[in-house]
Design a protein around this ligand. Structure first.
Ligand code: MN
Length: 439
């Protein structure tokens, strides 16, 4: 439900939050885990506001947040307990935080002073992966991505027959999910050239990124039970950006018959701030109608709510900065901007499908959408698509060209929720730089 926390007219007494283009205005209020410079080793739940973080643990201790199931979960070093709370408790917490941070909030002068004291500058804080991620699943929900990639390998028959019936996914690895800013070592693995008689083991020469939207499971489902599509959104805590780093040469040799393995599990980067499901409410839109020739989804993947509000108006941007560009002080090169609203499967459908066999999802599990690519050539979410597997390299301002990522390259992902008459709210950054192979 849209409520007063979404009011476009709200401003914050944290002035940096009111600047145009700021990712974290008072309508956003994303959660994360951070450490303060004066308390090394201590981790707290925080909310991003402008260029600052409101320390929610300190808010509870100062009496600025009313005791309750959600506030009690803020004295933790991860978001898992908060993620497990009822949506109504999370909504109440959001309303209280909005009241604390809004210029027009009902805070007393004493409370406002206390809030000011416990703000932490984001630039000095240390951010952490926000949840203990038990399991990670990656989907393949962009029909444009699936078609573009499929046509590289099967020009006459790009989409496999199951694609429009079943949300395709694979189980990824949680242990190698890292926070934005973590350097990524080029993976080594088995690769085999098309003409080669045998594979070799060595550094990947076709290292790629995938620009994706991730979503964290909130309340889970018990082993053997399902999550009906009608209540899927009650089990989504919130969203982040995901870079599913992919070694295409390792992938093409290993992926049959069981799918991605070492080509992807060496690293996955996520952005630090979780934009809550409630914050996305004003940006949720109707799902784009399927072509007349497409099958309708099976009934367990259909609900009126999902049809009318299952898509989200998010745009994902990817930029590249090479070592040479960094040395020359050049701005990153924009590679793509893609609308998440063009996805074939919604996050609700992905979640309901995942639990439809009785698989138990748990608070803090991470699900990701798969590469987000739109219909046009400026909206392709990985280099495999942009360069047609290296056939059409990208030319950069330095005169350098790229088929795939080179050592020293930095991939910078950003994402924005946009709707007419609403402030744009963002995710912060999901970035990572490639270093030479680990030795
Ligand atoms: Mn992926």
């Amino acid at each position: 439900m849209i409520n007063r926390t979404h009011d476009p007219a709200l401003t914050s007494w944290v002035e940096s939050a009111n600047k145009p283009g700021c990712d974290f205005p008072v309508q956003n209020l994303p959660f994360g885990i951070f450490g303060r410079p004066d308390q090394p080793g201590v981790r707290s739940v925080g909310v991003a506001i402008g260029d600052c973080i409101l320390d929610l643990g300190a808010c509870v201790r100062e009496g600025l947040l009313a005791p309750g199931p959600a506030a009690d979960a803020c004295n933790e070093a991860s978001l898992n307990l908060l993620m497990a709370r009822e949506p109504s408790a999370l909504s109440q917490l959001r309303a209280e935080i909005s009241d604390i941070l809004s210029e027009a909030g009902s805070q007393s002068a004493r409370a406002r002073d206390a809030s000011r004291r416990i703000l932490v500058s984001m630039a000095t804080a240390e951010l952490d992966v926000p949840a203990r991620i038990g399991d990670y699943t990656d989907f393949y929900a962009s029909v444009h991505h699936a078609t573009n990639v499929g046509s590289l390998f099967r020009p006459d028959n790009p989409l496999l027959p199951n694609y429009k019936w079943v949300p395709i996914g694979y189980h990824g690895r949680a242990s190698s999910i890292v926070l934005s800013g973590t350097v990524i070592h080029r993976p080594a693995g088995q690769t085999k050239g098309a003409e080669a008689a045998a594979p070799v083991f060595g550094p990947s020469r076709m290292l790629d990124y995938e620009s994706e939207l991730g979503f964290f499971v909130g309340r889970g489902n018990s082993f053997g039970s399902t999550i009906p599509i009608e209540s899927a959104w009650d089990h989504i805590f919130g969203f982040c950006l995901v870079n599913d780093w992919s070694a295409r040469d390792i992938q093409s040799w290993e992926y049959q018959p069981l799918g991605p393995f070492l080509a992807k599990n060496f690293a996955t980067t996520i952005s630090p701030w979780i934009v809550t499901a409630e914050a996305t409410e004003p940006y949720r839109v109707a799902v784009a109608p399927r072509d007349d020739s497409d099958p309708q989804p099976l009934p367990y993947l259909v609900s009126s709510g999902e049809r009318d509000k299952g898509a989200i108006s998010v745009f994902l941007e990817v930029s590249l900065r090479t070592g040479m560009m960094r040395a020359a002080g050049l701005e990153p090169h924009l590679l793509s901007r893609a609308p998440f609203s063009s996805m074939y499967w919604t996050v609700g459908q992905m979640l309901a499908h995942h639990a439809s066999n009785g698989c138990n999802l748990r608070p803090g599990d991470l699900l990701a959408s798969g590469t987000v690519s739109g219909a046009d050539s400026e909206s392709r979410g990985c280099l495999l698509e942009i360069t047609s597997r290296g056939a059409n390299p990208v030319t950069l301002a330095t005169g350098e060209t790229r088929k795939f990522l080179e050592d020293g390259d930095e991939v910078i992902m950003k994402g924005y929720l946009e709707a007419g008459g609403r402030p744009r709210i963002g995710f912060g950054e999901c970035s990572g730089r490639i270093l030479a192979q680990a030795v």
